[in-house]
Design a protein around this ligand. Structure first.
Ligand code: T46
Length: 140
């Protein structure tokens, strides 16, 4: 069964002889949410996966600002895979989407722009619970 659509947002990169700069600004119309939190993940040991949860409300934009990160998204009906390796491209992750970051290249840095403050009660960390919630949502 096919998985959720992979929505990649191109980010304007200002490049010149000195390198590149990407800015994401409140009100610039890029994101379908206001940014309330920023975090980043780095120093991930080779072969170490992260994520393995879904969020009830949280929306996020994930950017591999250095290196490569492989991501799996699962909406309860199927799984989609995407590789992030361009600092000028962000992956939009909607609510009720199970995410697994299955591979980080050495030195990878994963930046996340998030729509909500950190809230542990927003996490669904058990895959069977997630499947139950998505089934109920679809009325199945
Ligand atoms: C997500 C994926 C992509 C905080 O204190 N504040 C924060 O804002 C976050 C995100 C985490 N934490 C603490 C909670 C844990 O003690 O940092 C620790 C590691 O968090 P977690 O195990 O949830 O990390 P990941 O990489 O599995 O998941 C994270 C985000 O939590 C999650 O929302 O979508 O990155």
């Amino acid at each position: 069964m096919s998985g959720p659509p992979i929505v990649l947002l191109p980010l304007a990169s200002h490049g010149d002889g000195r390198g590149n700069l990407v800015a994401v600004e409140a009100g610039d119309g890029l994101l379908p949410f206001e940014i309330r939190r920023v975090y980043y993940i780095y120093g991930v040991p080779e072969g170490q996966a992260r994520g393995m949860h879904a969020h009830r409300r949280l929306r996020q934009l994930m950017i591999a600002v250095a290196g490569r990160v492989d991501v799996v998204l699962d909406d309860g009906c199927g799984r989609s895979e995407v590789t992030l390796d361009d600092p000028a491209v962000g992956l939009l992750i909607p609510p009720m989407t199970w995410r697994e970051m299955t591979w980080f290249s050495p030195g990878a840095v994963c930046l996340v722009l998030a729509s909500e403050l950190y809230d542990e009660s927003d996490y669904i960390r058990d895959y069977d619970d997630f499947r139950r919630f998505t089934k109920n949502d679809s009325g199945a």
